[in-house]
Design a protein around this ligand. Structure first.
Ligand code: URA
Length: 433
C-alpha cells in the first residue's frame, strides 16, 4: 500500500477500507508516514468527509495505537463524561463528586487545556498539593472505595490522536466532524469506561458554531460509541456565551464549589445537573431523567455533594480547607473592573474573545508547555439579558501581569449591548441517545 494512493482515493471522495485506515494510523504513529502526507490526508478528509464505517474504523485504529486501560477491577458500570470544550466549562469538577455521591463510579482521565484556558487537571492543580499523577492501583482503589478518582491522561493513550491533533491544530483541520468525533471517542474508549456522556457545545466559544453541525457531531459520536459497545448519550448545550460567571482556574474551582453548595450560577447548575443525571441513568442508578435530576438536587441541598468534593481533594493530596474557605486559593495581585460604556442590555458575549482575554491575563497557555497562572482569570458580572447602565461593572479581570490593555480590549470587543432585553437562552439544545 502507498500513502499517496490513499490520499488520492480520499481526495476523489472514495471510501477507505479498514485495512487502509489501519495502514494510515499505524504508519503515522510509527513515523513511517511523514507529516506532509498526513496533512494532505486530513485536508482531503476535511473536504470529502468519511462515512460512518470509516469513522468507526479510524477511531478503533487510534484506540489501538497505544495502551488501553482496563477498568474491570472496578465494580459497577464506569461512566465517563467528555466535553468538546468551551469557555468557563467547569462541569467536570461538579459532576465528578456529584455522580459519585449516588454511587456511580467515575474513573476520570483528563487532559490539560488545549484551548485558551486550562483543562480540568490544570484547574484542580490550583488547589495546593492536589496530585493528578496516580498509579494504576491507587486510581482503581480510590474508585472502588470512594467511587471517584481523577488522573492525568497517560502519555501512551491514543498516541495517534495526540500526534494527529497537534498536526490538525497547525494545518487548519481541527473543525472537521469525522476528525473531532474520532479524536474524542478514541481517547474515551481507550480510557476504559463502560458508558459515556458527551457534552457537545455549540456557539461562539465552541468548535461547532451552528446547531446543525453540533447535532451531526453528537450523532456521529453516539454512533461510534454504540458501534464499539459503549453506551453513549450526547447532550448538545449552549456555548454562545461563557458558562457561569468565572473563567480561569482557581476562580472556576470556587464557582464549582458554589454549585455543589447550591448557590451556583443558574446556567452552570442546569448544565451540570443535566449531564450528571444522564450519567446516573447510564450508571444504572435511576431510570428516569426527572427523578435523577431531583435526587441530585437533593444531594446538593443536603451538603453531601460538597463534602464529596472535599473528600476528593483530601484523597488526592490537596488542601481540603480551600473548600470551606476558597480565599485560600491563589489570588491575583490586580483586579481590574471593566465598566459599561452604554445604557441598555447585554445582547451577546463572544466566548472565544473572553477565552483569549483570560489567556492574555495568564490563565491559559499560548503554546504547549507554557506555565499557567492559577490566580488569573475573569469574573463576568453581567451576562446576556442583564440590564446595564454606563459605569456598571460588566466584568473583573484578575491578573499578575502588568500589561493588561490588550486583555481589556478583547473584553470590550466581546460584549455587545442593545436597547432590547433578550429572553433567557435555551441551554439544553438536544439529547441524542
Ligand atoms: N477535542 C478533542 O479531543 N479532539 C478534537 O479533535 C477536538 C476537541
Amino acid at each position: 500500500m502507498r500513502m499517496v494512493d490513499l490520499i488520492h482515493k480520499k481526495r476523489e471522495g472514495e471510501s477507505l477500507t479498514k485495512e487502509e485506515i489501519e495502514f494510515i494510523i499505524q504508519g503515522y504513529t510509527r513515523d513511517e508516514i511523514p507529516d506532509y502526507q498526513m496533512s494532505a490526508f486530513t485536508m482531503a478528509v476535511f473536504y470529502k468527509g468519511m462515512n460512518r464505517q470509516e469513522i468507526a474504523d479510524f477511531t478503533n485504529a487510534m484506540v489501538h495505537s497505544g495502551e488501553t486501560i482496563d477498568l474491570s477491577a472496578i465494580e459497577g458500570i464506569k461512566v465517563d463524561k467528555h466535553s468538546t470544550g468551551g469557555v468557563g466549562d467547569k462541569v467536570s469538577l461538579i459532576i465528578l463528586p456529584l455522580v459519585a455521591s449516588v454511587g456511580v463510579p467515575v474513573a476520570k482521565m483528563s487532559g490539560r487545556g488545549l484551548g485558551h484556558t486550562g483543562g480540568t487537571i490544570d484547574k484542580l492543580e490550583s488547589i495546593e498539593g492536589f496530585r493528578i499523577e496516580l498509579g494504576r492501583e491507587e486510581f482503581i482503589n480510590h474508585v472502588n472505595t470512594y467511587k471517584m478518582a481523577i488522573a492525568g491522561q497517560s502519555a501512551n493513550l491514543a498516541p495517534a490522536d495526540k500526534k494527529l491533533y497537534a498536526l490538525r491544530d497547525v494545518t487548519a483541520t481541527v473543525d472537521s466532524i469525522p476528525l473531532i468525533a474520532s479524536s474524542v471517542m478514541s481517547k474515551k474508549i481507550a480510557s476504559g469506561a463502560d458508558a459515556i456522556v458527551l457534552d457537545v457545545k455549540v456557539g461562539s466559544g465552541a468548535f461547532m458554531k451552528s446547531l446543525e453541525e453540533a447535532k451531526e457531531l453528537a450523532e456521529t459520536m453516539v454512533e461510534i460509541g454504540n458501534s464499539l459497545n459503549r453506551k453513549t448519550i450526547a447532550i448538545v448545550t449552549d456555548m454562545s456565551q461563557p458558562l457561569g460567571h468565572e473563567i480561569g482556574n482557581a476562580n472556576e474551582i470556587k464557582e464549582a464549589i458554589d454549585v455543589l453548595q447550591g448557590k451556583g450560577a443558574e446556567d452552570l447548575t442546569t448544565v451540570a445537573l443535566t449531564i450528571a443525571s444522564y450519567m446516573t441513568i447510564l450508571g444504572g442508578v435511576y431510570t428516569d431523567f426527572d427523578r435523577a435530576y431531583q435526587e441530585l438536587e437533593k444531594v446538593i441541598k443536603s451538603g453531601k455533594a460538597v463534602e464529596k468534593l472535599k473528600q476528593l481533594v483530601t484523597i488526592q493530596g490537596g488542601n481540603p480547607a480551600v473548600i470551606d474557605n476558597p480565599a485560600k486559593l491563589p489570588q491575583a495581585a490586580h483586579h481590574i473592573e471593566v465598566k459599561a460604556w452604554e445604557n441598555g442590555y447585554v445582547e451577546s458575549i463572544d466566548a472565544e474573545s473572553v477565552g483569549i482575554s483570560a489567556m492574555l491575563l495568564g490563565a491559559g497557555r499560548q503554546k504547549k508547555g507554557d506555565a499557567i497562572d492559577y490566580a488569573a482569570g475573569i469574573t463576568l458580572s453581567k451576562k446576556i439579558g442583564d440590564e446595564i447602565k454606563i459605569g456598571d461593572t460588566i466584568c473583573i479581570l484578575h491578573t499578575n501581569v502588568e500589561d493588561y490593555d490588550q486583555a481589556i480590549q478583547m473584553i470590550r470587543n466581546a460584549y455587545v449591548f442593545s436597547q432590547e432585553k433578550l429572553g433567557p437562552k435555551d441551554l439544553i439544545l438536544g439529547v441524542i441517545a
